[in-house]
Design a binder for this molecule. Structure first.
Ligand SMILES: [Zn+2]
Length: 714
């Protein structure tokens, strides 16, 4: 997942990475005392003062930041000179720097270090932020100036990057209701305000259920679990005041290995139930009614602008262009995926029968028996593979790939020279391997902790732009690896290693950016996962395997036979993976195409899955009541399909490498990759950028081959 867009979601899609040039010289006490408002100081063009941030400063800082940005926006809107690109568009690109800085801290306090205290402030600020966004998106004078610049540029086109900022800015305002009359604008703003509160409630409910459903095991309930897992479960339990017990927390990183290995079927059922019931427990933290309300408000809002449904409105500036194209892709892959599930279930049932387990495969059995099939069919033991996947070595492997493809060098900064928000966070300086030119800093926050959201994500604290001089990039990767007991290596699964590379791909996409204006940093949702998904492919290249996948005790490289097995098993369980994902993506789209008037979410989910022919042996990857991508904001609403859209590009681009003389390290293809697919970000239309890279549009065939599905004719 990517959260560079964190600021974008908060500051609305209107002004991505808004920032402001001059610090007003004011005597205001908050400006001198509130650390969150202050200019970043220290090395590397200034870095966030994470060591000094304080939850108590958040409210004042956000309010002050909004006030300053509105002053800047007003100054632009009320300019008496005729609107020009410089005095309108560039001025807007330059506005909001203070708030931008505040949101770097806000992002950490919300995603990495959340607390009940912060969540209260967050809930209080949500409607205020919504008001703030509306004040910008509905500023009539401002919009008229943007419109004037846009219209004049239609006759006298600007330089490509300038023109693209104008087009994107105009489109954003138009899509956010700038052309509405006063009465409709008022309702539009009201709706957004209500939505912002609902989004915050939604995510806080999920977080509540993640923190409050812990399964404690006793010593005789540890069957099948690995030593490493048991040790960390014991530590988590003792941290929670339950010495002598073992805690399975309600997060993916705890649930997934437990369901894969535990021999205790009843406990598997319980852990599974807790996880897939998040937000769906019929109590005060239940999200079903909130979701229905969100859907109604979204539909009403786009209706004000004359759209039939949210999906149609949302997809117009995406690569897919409309819901039909997105549905078309998903439904092409769906039958192959569910057919594969049938085969997988049959294989698993056979294993269960052989073992005399006397069960019928249920959803809480899928991972457990899949692992047994994996061992049997591919003789591949995930635990054996793990012994060659050390977090530190994987980090070195990523640096190696970045060196080969991007010509980057990563050097740890001197301990203490760059402030961090937790002792686990480490920082590296990124430079050009040959010239030594400074590019930025990479922050890594690897471990799970209380108050940290689950999953993995990438974000930026500062992005590269040149319109006010070259800025460096401060990018971070965040994961939820279980922190090892002191002295133990962090061993991760193949999937987690892949995700680690994925998020690093987002970071490289930030570092490689060569754009002039902040707006051009913005991601196109169904394109922005492509670069990171592509980077996953380097994990299984020979150079990485031979140098970095070494045994954590002996230092021996991973045996060629085991690698062979991993590669052979690559399409294993694709029925499960593709189906659980597509079920979520299809529900996301269908929820937003449906009439939400009297929608019952629980029933809708069940009925729609039935109609689609969802196999009963597995759940959606994210069930609706905790589908944060879609309901904790608008980042991935009707956009979850985007991972697969991007994966079509990924598979297709990956074949460009595998067909090249030097494979994944081919200089020619790498150069084109950086030049067309990483550096431009949104400064170029993605479809055009892809064509420049590949010489044609992407085809679905490579994706089907990668997943071991039959390639459809034509
Ligand atoms: Zn991602």
């Amino acid at each position: 997942m990517i959260s560079k867009a964190f600021k974008a979601t908060i500051l609305s899609s209107i002004i991505l990475f808004a920032s402001c040039k001059e610090e007003p010289k004011t005597e205001d006490k908050s400006m001198t005392e509130n650390i969150l408002l202050q200019e970043w100081t220290g090395p590397y063009q200034g870095v966030p003062a994470f060591d000094k941030m304080n939850v108590a400063d958040v409210k004042e800082a956000v309010e002050k930041g909004m006030e300053l940005q509105l002053q800047e926006i007003d100054a632009i809107a009320n300019n008496t000179e005729a609107p020009t690109f410089e005095n309108t568009i560039v001025a807007m690109e330059s506005a909001g720097k203070t708030l931008d800085r505040v949101f770097t801290y806000y992002g950490i306090l919300s995603s990495n270090m959340s607390s009940p205290e912060f969540r209260e402030i967050q809930a209080e600020l949500a409607p205020k932020l919504s008001d703030f966004r509306s004040k910008i998106s509905q500023n009539e004078k401002l919009f008229q100036r943007i419109k004037a610049v846009y219209e004049s540029s239609q006759n006298n086109p600007l330089e490509p990057q300038e023109q693209r900022v104008v087009d994107l800015t105009y489109k954003q305002f138009e899509m956010n209701g700038a052309n509405l009359d006063a009465e409709k604008k008022k309702r539009y703003a009201e709706i957004n305000k209500e939505l912002s509160t609902l989004y915050t409630k939604f995510s806080n409910n999920v977080l509540h259920d993640e923190e409050n459903y812990v399964t404690y095991l006793t010593k005789d309930q540890l069957g099948g679990l690995s030593d490493g897992f048991i040790k960390s479960a014991a530590k988590i339990a003792s941290d929670k005041g339950k010495d002598g017990m073992y805690a399975i927390t309600n997060t993916r990183s705890s649930m997934d290995p437990f369901l894969t290995y535990s021999t205790e079927r009843n406990l598997r059922k319980q852990v599974w139930g807790n996880y897939y019931s998040r937000g769906d427990n019929g109590d005060e933290y239940d999200n079903n009614k909130i979701i229905a309300e969100i859907l109604r408000l979204r539909k009403e809002r786009v209706g004000l602008m004359g759209y039939d449904n949210y999906a149609e409105w949302r997809l117009q500036d995406r690569m897919a262009k409309n819901p039909e194209n997105a549905m078309d892709l998903m439904l092409k892959v769906w039958p192959a995926a569910t057919a594969r599930v049938k085969e997988e279930v049959a294989d698993m049932q056979a294993v269960a029968d052989e073992l005399g387990d006397n069960i019928t495969i249920e959803p809480w059995d899928y991972r457990y028996y899949a692992e047994k099939v994996r061992k049997k069919k591919y003789d591949l033991d995930s635990d054996e593979v793990k012994q060659y996947l050390q977090l530190d070595k994987l980090t070195e492997a990523m640096f190696f790939v970045a060196g080969e493809i991007f010509n980057y060098k990563f050097t740890p900064v001197e301990e203490g020279s760059v402030p961090v928000f937790h002792e686990d966070v480490k920082v590296w300086e990124v430079t050009d391997k040959d010239s030594g030119k400074h590019i930025g800093l990479w922050y890594l926050d690897p471990y799970a902790r209380q108050g940290k959201r689950s999953g993995a994500w990438a974000t930026t604290y500062r992005s590269s732009t040149t319109f006010e001089g070259q800025t460096n990039v401060l990018a971070s990767n965040n994961s939820n690896f279980v922190k090892p007991a002191p002295g133990e290596a962090v061993l991760v699964s193949w999937d987690d290693a892949t995700t680690f590379f994925h998020e690093f791909g987002h970071a490289l996409h930030f570092f490689a950016a060569d754009v002039k204006y902040p707006t051009l940093q913005g991601g196109v949702r169904d394109y922005t996962e492509f670069q990171s998904q592509l980077l996953e492919r380097w994990l299984s290249t020979d150079k990485v395997i031979n140098q970095f996948l070494v045994h954590y005790k002996t230092g021996e490289p991973i045996p060629a036979k085991l690698v062979e097995k991993i590669k052979k098993a690559a399409t294993f369980n694709q029925g499960f993976g593709t189906t659980e994902y597509l079920a979520s993506a299809l529900i996301d789209m269908k929820l937003h195409l449906a009439d939400p008037t009297d929608i019952n979410i629980d029933e809708f989910e069940r009925k729609t899955l039935d109609e689609l022919g969802m196999p009963k042996e597995l759940p959606m990857r994210h069930r609706t009541p905790h589908f944060g991508h879609v309901f904790s904001g608008e980042g991935y609403a009707t956009a979850y399909y985007g991972y697969m859209w991007a994966d079509v590009l990924t598979s297709d681009a990956s074949e460009a490498f595998s067909e090249a003389p030097d494979g994944f390290y081919d200089k020619g293809v790498s150069e084109k990759l950086v030049k067309y697919l990483f550096a431009p970000r949104n400064a170029m239309d993605p479809a055009k950028a892809y064509r420049l890279f590949r010489g044609r549009d992407a085809k679905i065939d490579a994706l089907m081959r990668d997943r071991g599905f039959p390639v459809p004719k034509n």
